[in-house]
Design a protein around this ligand. Structure first.
Ligand code: HSE
Length: 336
């Protein structure tokens, strides 16, 4: 399978390391032979239609901060140029989520689909701003579009709701979908102020470069859009979410909740309305997880409420979700 990888940050690099370390087992177990023919980062690119040397690629990135120095030719091709001119079967889109115009991810995805390539995206921006039209574009071009890493990172939240609960009618769901704000709120419950808890989260590298994406609830809202479309069959985008972040949560709010055996959590919910906001939940509720964990409870017509808990971020965790999507595509192709 020929792959173009757009974005070579923590997730992209983890994926390439995963391909490299698991190459024999992926082939033996699943018949999967990923051939990375192009990689693009913000400073340049590396292309080889017979397959890039993955260790050399990691080395180039480590040494100079870009894949541009992979070979002496110092390739400056943009992601779009690469998608237009290099033959490949799959785009893996890992550039940063942008909730203003979703670029450059949006153009990468639409260009690839129009060229007949299957797409795996862990970039939430394009899905948050244009989920319904991207699904239509995928159907129109008869390509597969997978995005299991966009919600829950390595924890298969979307697959669980869509496939494990297949045949059920999910009536509502509520979840903690942003690990950073959960970490901050958990630390505030031990007495830290918002500012100190934020600084601590930043020092651990949890907070997005644009902190507003976490603190103002945009990241959780983007994940809610994806769930609402994929699991509930709604046709919604980011402006449809009633979204409040955690900046106004005080230590007093947290103490008050504690007196009622509750914690304040940033909850994304779909129960008639689509809402992201701080909410008191009982400490006995399975949803009430701490630290950077994510959790989501799906309530369905016949099987009651089920909660799935796991790590919602991280390079290698998200890379494992991409591998899952890749295997799905491989199996689907083999079936047809
Ligand atoms: N900033 C996100 C979080 C990363 O804290 O959950 C994963 O989308």
């Amino acid at each position: 399978m020929r792959i173009i990888l757009c974005g070579f940050g923590v997730v992209g690099q983890s994926l390439v390391k995963l391909f490299d370390s698991r190459s024999e087992d992926l082939y033996a177990k699943y018949g999967l032979k990923p051939r990375v023919v192009g990689v693009f980062d913000s400073k340049g690119s590396a292309v080889d239609s017979s397959g890039l040397d993955l260790q050399k690629l990691i080395e180039a990135k480590k040494k100079s901060g870009t894949v541009k120095n992979y070979s002496d030719t110092k390739n400056s091709m943009s992601g779009i140029e690469m998608l237009k001119h290099v033959e490949a079967d799959i785009l893996i889109e890992t550039t940063a989520s942008n909730y203003k115009d979703a670029e450059p991810g949006m153009s990468h995805i639409t260009t690839a689909m129009k060229k007949g390539m299957h797409v795996i995206s862990v970039n939430k921006g394009p899905l948050a701003l244009a989920f319904p039209s991207l699904m239509e574009l995928a159907v129109y071009n008869q390509v597969m579009f997978k995005f299991s890493g966009t919600v829950g990172g390595g924890t298969p939240i979307l697959d669980y709701a869509k496939n494990s609960l297949s045949g059920e009618r999910i009536t509502s769901f509520a979840g903690i979908l942003n690990g950073t704000t959960n970490y901050i709120l958990s630390n505030m419950s031990t007495g830290l102020s918002f500012d100190s808890a934020l600084k601590d989260a930043q020092s651990k590298g949890y907070v997005e470069a644009d902190e507003s994406l976490d603190l103002d609830g945009l990241d959780a809202a983007a994940k809610l859009v994806i769930l609402a479309n994929w699991v509930m069959g709604m046709k919604v985008t980011l402006p449809d979410i009633d979204c409040t972040g955690i900046r106004k949560v005080t230590t007093d709010d947290i103490k008050k909740a504690d007196k009622n055996n509750c914690s304040v959590k940033l909850i994304a919910s779909c129960d008639g309305k689509l809402v992201v906001g701080p909410k008191e939940i009982s400490n006995d509720d399975p949803l009430c997880v701490n630290g950077t964990l994510n959790a989501i409870a799906f309530t369905s017509e016949h099987s009651g409420t089920q909660t799935i808990i796991g790590r919602g971020a991280g390079g290698i965790e998200t890379a494992s979700s991409i591998l899952r999507d890749l295997l799905d595509i491989r199996q689907e192709i083999a079936r047809t």
